[in-house]
Design a protein around this ligand. Structure first.
Ligand code: GDP
Length: 437
């Protein structure tokens, strides 16, 4: 998971809240101190951290008279809301238009992960059924075209480039023109990077931008530099109209929180996070879903959006979400969730990380067989199965599985039900699923 370390520290602080009986001033102070320390260790700018602290305190103080459970909920909600606010650039990103040619120009410094991100980006849209093509307008770095060609071949994506033409503007123009004519929907243009920000880089970027008139410029930056990336983000933003930002190398990097909050502060919309060197290691970014996942609540919002994208007619995500918002999560909901996740195919792997507690594919299928052997009243949570040994045995026999496996299913369902109930009560479910946040 991205920002595992920071997430671990933040959720540990919030967990302490759950285990205390009296929520007095001292407890609140200790928790806020722990949260601010964790953020500073993740290289979040001190001003941003102080602002977050002030806002959380203000929200808590405003409802001085709240007590016990409601106070706990209030603190959790305030922390969650402020973390979301800290990571939300509050600028809508470019929206891809299906059926049209979307020309997307990628910019960034050399080594930021631009070429790798382009392959991941191509893979992401290709998997969703878009017609994707790539143009290599990086004539500065030796081997750039070969690297793009290699990735494109692996992905079976058409590509355009040249070993002999030295003018990147000409290549970009020709490639884009050809792919537009062939009605490709996502035409990705890779541009040169440099080791550092310099005039030649920005001049070339401006020329290509003027020549191909991209629908969006995606700025790729490396998270390992922490909050120092703010300057970089600003400089690129001033040179070309950056419509979205991809932050790479967030896998296991301690400074990731700093980079993400710094970019958000420049009001550049973050659209994806890179979390590894493989084509699958790209996650769409929505601040509320991200925070929910980082705090260990699972990414219900993204899962829901992915499920909606797969257009499964047997699934009514809205109804399921309505119930989940109220803290209800039946075996039937679990069934539908597993079924939806299985339908996602290769996305399934990603879901493992999004939904803690979702078992592997073989186990998921066996869970479905077991639930196929259950009665409606059991699936709808009207009667309890766990305490009914006879029913557990019948279900195991009916589905060709073992009693222990049925018990495992029931335990996993209970664990998920608990998380959902906790999120429903704290109001986090709404925050995690509201794409407008
Ligand atoms: P470019 O010069 O900006 O095109 O950068 P590359 O795409 O060639 O990437 C530079 C290095 O960073 C390569 O070794 C990539 O494998 C690596 N890289 C790119 N993205 C990620 C990421 O999200 N996580 C990790 N760990 N490595 C990455």
């Amino acid at each position: 998971m991205v920002l595992q370390e920071l997430g671990g520290k933040l959720s540990a602080a919030l967990r302490k809240l759950q285990s205390t009986t009296v929520v007095d001033e001292e407890v609140v102070k200790a928790i806020i101190t722990e949260i601010t320390r964790a953020l500073l260790e993740s290289d979040v700018n001190i001003k941003v951290v102080m602002e977050l602290k002030k806002n959380v305190e203000a929200k808590i103080n405003r409802s001085e008279d709240a007590s016990g459970a409601s106070k706990k909920r209030l603190i959790q909600q305030a922390v969650m809301e402020e973390l979301v606010a800290m990571l939300d650039p509050k600028t809508p990103p470019y929206q891809m238009k299906k059926g049209a040619s979307n020309v997307i120009m990628f910019v960034g410094l050399q080594g930021s992960g631009k070429t790798t991100t382009i392959a991941k980006f191509a893979h992401y849209y290709q998997r969703k059924g878009w017609r994707v093509a790539m143009v290599c307008a990086d004539t500065f770095r030796a081997g750039a075209f070969d690297q793009l060609k290699q990735n494109a071949t692996k992905l079976r994506v058409p590509f355009y480039g040249s070993y002999t033409e030295a003018d990147p503007v000409r290549i970009a123009e020709e490639g884009v023109e050809q792919f537009r004519k062939d009605r490709f929907e996502v035409i990705i243009v890779d541009t040169s990077g440099r080791h550092k920000q310099e005039d030649a880089l920005f001049e070339e970027m401006r020329e290509i931008q003027a020549a191909v008139q991209p629908d969006n410029c995606v700025f790729v930056m490396d998270a390992t530099q922490g909050q120092a990336v703010a300057d970089q983000a600003r400089a690129f933003h001033e040179a070309v109209p950056v419509g979205s930002v991809v932050i790479t190398k967030l896998d296991g990097h301690a400074k990731g929180g700093g980079a993400m909050s710094a970019v958000a502060a420049t009001k550049s919309p973050i659209t994806f996070l890179g979390s590894g060197e493989h084509f699958d290691d790209l996650e769409p970014f929505v601040a509320s879903s991200f925070v929910s996942k980082m705090l260990g609540f699972g990414d219900f919002g993204s899962l829901l959006r992915e499920l909606q994208d797969t257009n499964d007619p047997g699934m009514d995500p809205k109804k399921m979400m309505d119930r989940m918002t109220k803290g209800q999560f039946t075996l039937r909901d679990f069934y539908q969730q597993i079924q939806g996740v299985l339908k996602l195919g290769p996305l399934n792997k990603m879901m493992g990380g999004m939904m803690p507690g979702i078992p592997d594919t073989a186990q998921q299928k066996r869970f479905l067989y077991m639930m196929d052997s259950m009665r409606d009243d059991e699936l709808d949570g009207k009667v309890d199965i766990a305490g009914n040994e006879k029913r557990v045995t019948r279900i195991a026999r009916g589905s060709g599985t073992r009693v222990e496996e049925v018990q495992l299913l029931l335990r996993q369902h209970k664990a998920r039900e608990k998380v959902v109930a906790q999120m429903g009560k704290s109001g986090m479910m709404n925050a995690a699923t509201d794409p407008a946040m």
